[in-house]
Design a protein around this ligand. Structure first.
Ligand code: APR
Length: 312
């Protein structure tokens, strides 16, 4: 008997709600929208609101709001947004004290109830949270991945498209490294439909765009008073879809490194192939010396926050 896939969303806040919306509109499976007991009614209300869309949009998937982990049992995909988002003036790293106990709680329950799920972590500080999730659950590295690079690359692509006066569909770019202010846009591989971006956008404009991309999350926090949620949710759904539909997409994601690019025992943004087996491989490309220097700097920042996680 065929059954629908089950997608458990841990955290029913801004990103969680948008994730649920995308899962059902793309008909990827049934949704469990989980939050803490104090937010159970909120999760139930959001689930009901979204489920009522089914009559209008014409999808059959169900959305269950809950605060019971048993409802998440057997999930095929788990997307974790549990935690507190940034407020204006905060860095992602400032969230570590609040979000570390939360990710540990989520990891323990995920291990108990969803031992076979493909897990996408979104909670910040991303590279540290996904590292801790993997360490705590001891899930295989193929099944635990962090969402950052798809979003950072999306921001970069949009800004370049606007500057070049071309469709965003034609801009291809990859942003690697940690999900922080020293992330690494791989300029040597950035093209507008195969043409080098450096020939279409002036160097100083590109420099400004790199800076804006690095601070892209903060720009939105400054405007809204809380983190972005539409593009982060779409980015995680692209990853979930690649897994569920075995698409073998090559996407920049935070992956567990065991020597790739010269780094070990850490999560950081690198190009990966996501398919039906999860993170099927990490793709190693040759970076320019400047890009490698930037990646080293980013890795150092990630390592320092991972060290905090290991000590606490
Ligand atoms: N288990 C499950 N959910 C939890 C837990 C927990 N232990 N602790 C907190 N939550 C829930 C909160 O109750 C809240 O509903 O996580 C939800 C987070 O939702 P929002 O506050 O709306 O935050 P959101 O914008 O969705 O961002 C979530 O993603 O991008 C990151 O920096 C962002 O870390 C933040 C996370």
């Amino acid at each position: 008997m065929a059954t629908r896939k089950k997608i458990a969303l841990i955290g029913a806040g801004n990103i969680g709600g948008e994730l649920a919306n995308l899962v059902v509109s793309k008909q990827l499976g049934d949704v469990v929208l989980f939050d803490i007991p104090a937010k159970e009614n909120f999760a139930k209300g959001k689930a009901l609101d979204l489920e009522q869309n089914s009559a209008i949009h014409g999808f059959d998937a169900s959305i269950l709001g809950t605060s019971k982990w048993s409802d998440c049992a057997g999930a095929d995909v788990l997307i974790v947004t549990a935690g507190i988002p940034r407020k204006p003036g905060q860095s992602r790293d400032d969230l570590i004290a609040t979000n570390l106990p939360i990710i540990r709680d989520v990891a323990d329950n995920a291990k108990a109830h969803c031992p076979n799920a493909f897990v996408i972590v979104i909670s910040n500080p991303l590279d540290a949270m996904v590292y801790e999730f993997k360490r705590r659950t001891d899930f295989p590295k193929e099944r635990v991945v962090g969402m950052a690079g798809v979003l950072d690359s999306g921001r970069f692509q949009l800004f370049l498209a606007r500057a070049a006066g071309v469709s965003v569909k034609d801009v291809r770019a990859t942003v690697l490294g940690g999900h922080g202010d020293d992330m690494v846009p791989v300029l040597s591989a950035t093209t507008i439909n195969g043409l080098p971006v450096s020939q279409l956008v002036p160097a100083e404009t590109i420099a400004g765009i790199i800076d804006r991309t690095r601070k892209g999350g903060g720009e939105i926090v400054g405007l809204m008073g809380t983190s972005a949620f539409y593009a982060p949710a779409s980015s995680a759904i692209a990853m979930a879809e690649a897994y569920l539909l075995d698409q073998k997409r090559l996407l920049p994601c935070a992956a567990f490194l065991t020597g790739e690019y010269g780094y070990s025992d850490m999560y950081m943004g690198v190009p990966v192939v996501i398919g039906g087996k999860g993170v099927e491989r990490i793709v190693q490309v040759v970076l320019s010396p400047e890009e490698k220097t930037m990646l080293d700097k980013s890795a150092k920042s990630v390592q320092s926050i991972v060290d905090v996680v290991k000590k606490n």
